[in-house]
Design a protein. Structure first.
Length: 209
């Protein structure tokens, strides 16, 4: 695929990863934590409201998800096996059958525990439009593979290679992306901060709902 015009954001689908065990939160699902009445999952769905398709890999909340205005419906699925890690989650999302020609050439990947991710999405879209390559958020010099906009073909190739080499269960993102050309893109400071502990939650203004 050639370069994308810098004046037009690339068409993209989105995968939100929401299937972790939340061990350091005592098992409280990160997706259900709240800021100002909205769950972290809802905030992440709003961040990718411009996507053609939104797939959440993780359990569907009992209360559902309030969609963003104009956003496509949110679809839920689980990785195989459950809690198999982010690489397994991406593999499951990519393997989901879709009508021919209905998928976008770009895939936004976001973990659901970054409450400020809505501020980094425009930077990734602009960078991909300018460079035409997979791009990854770099926050203060720290690259975050779970806040990235990948060429779908790049991820499909990476997953296929990983499956052939032994599988994707509990595979690290670094290992999955070893052969993928990804350009780090500076994003607004603090936008990749995530909620791993209750101390993180308090620092980011998150509560347990």
């Amino acid at each position: 695929m050639g370069r994308v015009s810098g004046t037009v954001p690339p068409a993209f689908d989105a995968v939100i990863l929401a299937g972790g065990r939340s061990n350091r939160l005592g098992g409280t699902p990160k997706a259900s934590l709240r800021i100002a009445g909205a769950t972290l999952l809802e905030l992440t769905v709003r961040a990718v409201a411009g996507a053609g398709r939104i797939t959440v890999v993780g359990p569907e909340p009992a209360a559902g998800v309030r969609p963003a205005p104009g956003a496509p419906p949110v679809r839920f699925m689980r990785e195989d096996p459950p809690f198999g890690g982010p690489a397994a989650a991406l593999a499951a999302a990519l393997a989901q059958p879709e009508p021919a020609g209905s998928t976008a050439p770009w895939l936004m990947v976001l973990a659901c525990d970054m409450p400020r991710s809505g501020q980094l999405v425009p930077a990734l879209l602009a960078a991909a439009a300018d460079a035409g390559t997979s791009v990854m958020a770099s926050d203060g010099g720290r690259d975050q593979p779970l806040a990235a906009l990948y060429r779908r073909s790049d991820l499909e190739g990476a997953v296929a290679a990983a499956v052939q080499a032994g599988g994707v269960e509990n595979l690290s993102m670094k290992a999955l992306l070893a052969r993928v050309s990804v350009r780090p893109v500076p994003v607004p400071p603090g936008t990749t901060l995530d909620v791993d502990t209750w101390a993180d939650a308090r620092a980011l203004g998150v509560d347990d709902g």
